[in-house]
Design a binder for this molecule. Sequence first.
Ligand SMILES: Nc1nc2c(ncn2[C@@H]2O[C@H](COP(=O)(O)OP(=O)(O)OP(=O)(O)O)[C@@H](O)[C@H]2O)c(=O)[nH]1
Ligand SMILES: [Mg+2]
Length: 393
Amino acid sequence: MLSLALAGKPNAGKSTFYTAATMADVEVGNYPFTTIDANRGVSYARTDCPCQDRDSQCDSDNCQDGKRYVPVDLFDVAGLVPGAHEGRGLGNQFLDQLTDADAIVHVVDAAGATNAEGEPVEVGEHDPVEDVDFIETEMDQWLAAIVSRNWESIERQSRSPDFDIDDALAEMLTGIGATETDVARVLRDLEYPDDPREWADEHRTRLASDIRAETKPQIVVANKADIAPEENIERLREAAERVLPATADGELALRRAAEAGVIDYDPGDDDFDIAGDVSDQQREGLEQIRTVMTEYAGTGIQQALDTVVYDLLDHITAYPVEDDTHWTDAQGRMLPDAHLLPDGSTPVDLAYAVHSDIGDGYIHAVDAREGRRISDDHELAEGDVVKIVSDAN
Ligand SMILES: Nc1nc2c(ncn2[C@@H]2O[C@H](COP(=O)(O)OP(=O)(O)OP(=O)(O)O)[C@@H](O)[C@H]2O)c(=O)[nH]1
Ligand SMILES: [Mg+2]
């Protein structure tokens, strides 16, 4: 499963985001370092379910009126402060937790209501643009330190006659979560000596930074949009490539209200309806959230998750079925499963995502929308419904 890490300064709203996005109970507090252990849970990316193209509603619990929620791992990391790689704040053990993250959701307090250390200040007192780059800087330095620590061992290996610098680097870097493809891609664009003894610090720093950029892409969540000066959001948008204005607090309130039956709202909707009895005070609170949603087409929480999965990580959703006419599994359930796959994936990749035995036994695949066989190297598209014929079935 894809794994997304919520990172950022203390008090930016990571745990609130996490709680809203997973509906788990974790501690939220207006003081730095509320979270100490990483919280892990399941959240969802939202997409259009293929059942919308049919008359019937599918049988998945993860589909609400054609809104399909596809699971991803989400984890809430303790707050990081500048200097974390040297042990400042709660230190660098939390950077280690980023090792298995496919992407970083960087939660920034766009209201500027917390200083660089995450301590509360007046709204607008701190400039959130200053917070944008520090996570990347910390990750770069943390990675550079890992590379430096391993260097002696690489130099030792280089005395062996069959030493290959690329293999040695790949072995080291896959240990911190990079795939061989990531490493190959980074090394292709980098100039460096074949002999590790000739490497300078600049080579190692550059390698660390390039590997980080390749393996830990980030989006910026401009949180606390409900109280943030609009100008801050605009400046954040200029400072980073992907910036999603959001209110984690607002999303949490909506999900709780929806769970209590007070409103009709599905995560990612750009509006909600009040359905139950509410006090004047509740109504006022809800209407305040609605104002933010009107401005930014939603609370931004679901939109942030969707942007990471479908845009930043460039994934598609594919739906394996056993019956290509009814789009059902062996039990007759329509569209029971959805898989997120990197863009460019083939039916064989989908088969392996379902189960390694299904992948090993792969014979051919059928595009269930078109009712025709597709080749093994056919590139799947968003929303494809695919029957896989495998001798492991
Ligand atoms: N106004 C406003 N406040 C928010 C929003 N999201 C979170 N907060 C508040 O910000 C404070 C910090 O929230 P947390 O979720 O605990 O922050 P955190 O980033 O997990 O903090 P640490 O665990 O200390 O690193 C709490 O008082 C939240 O209620 C929001 O969208 N708007
Ligand atoms: Mg927290």
